[in-house]
Design a protein around this ligand. Structure first.
Ligand code: NAD
Length: 496
């Protein structure tokens, strides 16, 4: 059976001390084993990154950009193989994996723009014959720790810009679907990246803790669930590191009575059930304003859901695939049962579907739950499955209060034709990424991505302009070249 290892100092490496099963979630069968790096292996990756740093930092940024340009082409040429690996180990349908790769490549394209982004700031004559400038210097060795649900795109939120800024990188991807991440790392070396600049170690808590505590790691970017994000942020900062840790979500869409309900139904279907709801921007709560709106919405959704196709990743006609593990499938079904026990109405029940030819896959079909209330566990917690909860409110302000009081603040959306309401919503909602008639307002690569409240620990968001700030430290130089013929006096007052 295939054993998936690491990529350290440009070379594939493996060890067999601790191995973990990697599943094909569509079949429910073990497809490979992944090596879980012990502390010593992670330290070796950090050493490789540390050794590569001085030469890489001094490599002209335009030369670094040439490698990224070649990388983009290689990613496009190898798209089919990358998406196949994502499908095999994540379960995402191939067209969905292609969407993920495309958004990842956007970040590579933006990183190619680094020569412009790193130009710095210059002021002439800030004092008599004194010039001043700020430049953005690389941090050194930085680490990334990423989740299973976007094995290509989320690492690409991090390493392309970190590397373009002159840092060297150690990535610890999810141990549940590691192969696509390793392939895109190999392609970066094929594009000409020097050995040691980008290293990938597979592993679990032991590997993560080594990255969080090793003094040679200057900064940590994390994306994953909120309890782990909080742990990463507190441990990394306690160890003197810069840290950004993006966590979980519960994304609400408010549907106003004036919204185009047919369009809202179609848009909600994709945003709630695409990728089996395993997206941190998935819309998992529809907040209907007024019973009439709620009745129309529930009728439209339940009718359309009869045609949803859940099945194996390899059939492009399927709308979405399985969940990542049997445990995640059971957890999602537990949330549906808990809502039922709490008095909600299960309008479409996706528990235990029969998927022909794949009896052991980790499937849950699309599930719609009406009359959900704020006190229910299924409302308060992130389900991370193909489950859409409907909450009924009397007016938009009640819906906004629900969102503002929720522990998470990643994404949200308002469906309306009313510009005034939309503007009020965008101004006052306590959420980091807002859509108006846009269900998944994932910022494009020249903006930055991040939630509020318990969806993000740290100050700077991921990718976009914030990534340049996160992966560099500012240095401000003030300079003057006095004439040797002028004798200068002593001045004890503060320079002004
Ligand atoms: P996870 O938190 O279980 O794992 C994320 C990473 O942390 C993995 O690399 C994993 O190996 C590591 N990890 C897990 N347990 C650890 C521990 N005890 N100590 C140290 N490291 C540990 O998340 P997941 O299940 O892989 O991903 C799904 C979660 O990620 C969801 O909550 C989702 O909302 C969130 N997510 C958030 C965003 C965002 O941008 N906010 C994007 C994608 C996913």
């Amino acid at each position: 059976m295939l054993t998936i290892g690491h990529l350290i100092n440009g070379e594939a490496q493996s060890e067999h001390t601790r191995l973990q099963d990697v599943y094909n979630p569509s079949t429910g069968k073990v497809a490979a084993k992944v090596a879980l790096a012990p502390k010593a292996t992670v330290e070796q990756a950090i050493s490789a990154a540390e050794a590569a740093f001085p030469a890489w930092r001094d490599t002209p940024v335009a030369k670094r950009a040439q490698i990224m340009f070649r990388y983009k082409t290689l990613l496009e040429q190898n798209a089919a193989q990358i998406c196949e690996l994502v499908g095999q180990q994540h379960g995402k349908i191939v067209h969905d994996a292609m969407g993920e790769l495309t958004r990842g490549i956007e970040n590579v394209e933006y990183a190619c723009y680094a020569p412009e982004l790193l130009k710095g700031e210059h002021s002439k004559n800030v004092g008599p014959n004194i010039d001043s400038w700020s430049e953005f210097q690389a941090l050194g060795v930085v680490a990334g720790i990423t989740p299973f649900n976007f094995p290509i795109m989320v690492p690409m939120w991090m390493f392309p810009m970190a590397i373009m800024c002159g840092n060297t990188f150690v990535l610890k991807p999810s141990e549940r679907d590691p192969s696509a991440t390793l392939l895109v790392a190999e392609l970066l070396h094929e594009a000409g990246l020097p050995a040691g600049v980008f290293n990938v170690v597979n592993g679990d808590k032991e590997a993560v803790d080594t990255l969080l505590t090793d003094p040679r790691v200057a900064a940590v970017s994390f994306v994953g669930s909120t309890p782990i994000a909080e742990y990463i942020y507190s441990t990394a900062t306690a160890n003197g590191k810069r840290c950004q840790a993006l966590g979980g979500a519960k994304n609400h869409a408010i549907v106003l009575p004036d919204a185009d309900i047919d369009n809202a139904v179609n848009s909600l279907l994709g945003a709630a059930f695409g990728s089996s709801g395993e997206r941190c921007m998935a819309l998992s709560v529809a907040v209907a304003v007024g019973d009439e709106t709620a009745d129309k919405l529930v009728a439209g959704l339940s009718e359309a859901m009869q045609n949803l196709k859940v099945g194996a990743y390899s059939d492009k006609d399927n709308d979405f695939g399985p969940l990542i593990t049997a445990e995640q499938r059971d957890k999602v079904q537990m949330y549906v049962s808990s809502a039922e026990a709490d008095g909600a109405t299960i309008v479409v029940d996706g528990r235990n579907p029969q998927v022909e030819g794949y009896p052991d896959g980790f499937y849950v079909a699309g599930t719609l739950i009406d009359h959900v209330s704020a006190s229910m566990k299924a409302y308060q917690e992130e389900i991370f499955g193909p489950v859409l909860c409907v909450v009924r409110v009397d007016n938009m302000q009640q819906g906004m209060d629900l969102i503002n009081e929720h522990q998470y603040g990643n994404g949200t959306c308002l469906y309306t034709r009313d510009g005034e309401a939309a503007r009020y919503f965008a101004d006052n909602i306590q959420v980091g990424m807002v859509g108006i008639n846009i269900p998944l307002p994932v910022p494009v690569s020249c903006h930055s991505f991040g939630g509020w409240k318990r969806s993000l620990f740290g100050d700077l968001h991921a990718y976009g302009p914030d990534a340049v700030r996160f992966y560099t430290k500012r240095k401000t130089v003030t300079q003057r070249w006095p004439s040797s013929s002028v004798r200068e006096g002593v001045n004890f007052s503060f320079p002004s």
